[in-house]
Design a protein around this ligand. Structure first.
Ligand code: ADP
Length: 185
């Protein structure tokens, strides 16, 4: 059973890898960024609340994202494994997820930490050109990553759940390294 959390700065390649591997393993790819962008497109109350945060590169409030993830993990296709991409992003979200997974009796979760130098992620994001990929917003997202999300490396390290991969390689090489680490773990 594969239950994986993809952790890393914006532009680390989490989404690309999650898409490929989830398809290969036939498990859902749960991206909170994608779910929020979908909500925004459909102009749901959640999407409308999230928009200003996303446009500024700030985190959407924990409670909103937590409710969204809880609902998604209760869906039947999530019972046999999943890849979480972009969640958790704060220690509070990680503590929430730990409790939720306990409630769902879902164990043996591994965290893949994507290690990529700052200058590489900035170059990738500038190339991607999504609405929230302007230079100023990118800089803010990286700051938020460092202060809010990077502490999760220690959080999961202490729990012996952390596997680190070199994200500064071709997508094929990164996939191969993730698979190797997951099998060895
Ligand atoms: P990236 O590809 O740059 O990592 P995402 O698509 O994961 O970006 O997320 C885009 C935006 O959605 C974030 O900047 C943030 O505003 C919001 N978001 C996504 N996931 C979360 C989360 N777990 N907690 C709070 N906000 C989130």
């Amino acid at each position: 059973m594969k239950r994986l959390i993809f952790l890393g700065p914006p532009g680390a390649g989490k989404g690309t890898q999650a898409q490929t591997l989830a398809q290969e393993w036939n498990i859902p790819h749960i991206s909170t960024g994608d779910l929020l962008r979908q909500a925004l497109k459909e102009q749901t109350p959640l999407g409308l609340k999230a928009q200003s945060y996303m446009d500024r590169g700030e985190l959407v409030p924990d409670q909103l994202v937590q409710d969204m993830v809880e609902e998604r993990l209760y869906q039947s296709d999530s019972h046999f494994g999943w890849i979480l991409d972009g969640f958790p992003r704060t220690v509070k979200q990680a503590a929430f997820l730990e409790q939720l997974l306990q409630k769902l009796a879902q164990g043996s979760v591994k965290v893949i930490n994507f290690d990529v130098p700052d200058d590489v992620v900035v170059a990738r994001l500038l190339q991607r050109g999504r609405k929230d990929d302007s230079e100023q917003v990118i800089r803010r997202r990286l700051e938020v990553y460092r202060s809010e999300t990077a502490p999760l490396i220690d959080f999961y390290g202490e729990r012996h759940q952390l596997l680190t991969v070199n994200g500064n390689q071709s997508p094929e090489e990164v996939s191969a390294e993730i698979k190797k680490q997951v099998i060895a773990s």
